[in-house]
Each structure stands twice: as C-alpha cells, then as structure tokens.
Design a protein around this ligand. Sequence first.
Ligand SMILES: [Zn+2]
Length: 131
Amino acid sequence: MRCPNCGAPTVVFTIPEAVLDAMPETRPGAALCTRCLTVTPVDEPPDETPDWTAVHETFPTDDEAAATVGALLALVDSLALYRSEIEEIARHAESLGVDVMLVLDRLAADDGVDPHFDIDRRRAQLEQLLE
Ligand SMILES: [Zn+2]
C-alpha cells in the first residue's frame, strides 16, 4: 500500500489491543508511511509482523511496542483534540520499554524522514503532557 499523502511505501500493522479503545478510528489496522509518517486506517492488516526498520531503525524491535508508536504517530498531530488518548497510548508504549521522546527525537533528526507535521513542536507538547 502506498501513502495517500506522498506516495511513498507504507508499513501496514495491527493496532495493539491495549490501545485500540484510545483510537478514534475503530479499524483494526493502520498503514504508516515510511517517509512522511502519515498513518492511514486499514480494515484488514496482514497477520505477519511488518518490517518496522523500513520506517526507521529507531523503531522498537518488539512488534507491539513498535505498533504502539505507530498508533501514537496517528494521533500526535491532533494533540489538542486527543490529549487523554495520546497520553494513554504513550504510557502504554513506555510500559513496553519504549522511550517515546527518544524515538521522536531520532525521527526528527533524520533527513530521510519528512514528517507531514511539525515533529519538533509536537514532541515538545507531548513532553509537557507526559511530565
Ligand atoms: Zn507519506
């Protein structure tokens, strides 16, 4: 599947059950763009574990942890709207051992990634939210 925003390849994944309730879209899967980080809801995600390094090497190797970061990226540009949902997802990622701030840092620092949102600004807001 190609990104509807920029046409780059995507990584299609299953939304972890633990954060499904926090997602405004009730669809079970999502496609994360490897270039602009747009997340598109998907009805039928594949069973196999996606190659998260196709997005970035900073993604956790654990599939649930990586997919939780993917779910977070789906909402992070709507931080004002989904504060509690984003906090819930970020806390779940942290409970799986993910340093969410570090992941966002590395994504922001990489020229190969060109986020469709202002990642530095969102990162700062998220940091405040999680304090
Ligand atoms: Zn894209």
